[in-house]
Design a protein. Sequence first.
Length: 257
Amino acid sequence: MAAGANGFDGRVAWITGSGRGMGRAHALLMAARGADIVVHDVLKDEAGETADAVRKLGRRVFVAHTDVRDVAGLRQLVHDASAALGPIDILVNNAGIGQHKPIEEITEEDFDLMFGVHVKGAFFCTQAVVPGMQTRRRGKIVNISSIWAMTGAGLNTASHYCAAKTAILGLTKAWAKELASWNICVNAVSPGGVLTEMPIKIQGWDKIREKEKRVPLGRWAQPEEISYAVAFLASAEADFITGQQISPNGGETIVGI
């Protein structure tokens, strides 16, 4: 393994939902390690802030605001970003939404939006980059799932979210086998609790502090702690890892040992 194999040396990384939260953390860590970044978020001001932070790290950046459910828009994004930065080497399917509702209150619109952002978005972002990766015979795809894909949300009442994140794991396994002959590695990161804007807004600090008591390490993660797992799977250090799941969750769930 070459020295500096965890660096990115000018590789281009497209990170969906990178305007804030975990997505921003992923973008900044990869930029700090040498990647040029496609910042992609429907939140324009937040995407601009991430882009400015990437530039301050001395890396090139392309900013896009396409909805991940817009298939034609995603294909155009890949064309434009590749023209600006070069071919996309890494895709992190991070864009996501959250919603807590019991099953009897989840509407068809809620369900379609949840699967549209998480599953349709990940599928068609991946479809848009795969041809170029196949041509170059290399690529890294990291899908962001959730601890709830393994455990369910229980009393947190978010079954449509759990189902969408579980579907992400199914795509990960299928793509890992389908794309292996082109040296394209596909893996998933399934975080436990992470202190980002979304869960703080949905659940509030009192509920989060109560949940932290159930974590053996006694706390939720900072976004950067999830980014280390993402960056590892996107790096040359993980060239023989595909179809796998890492769950940074502080020991809340321990499986597969």
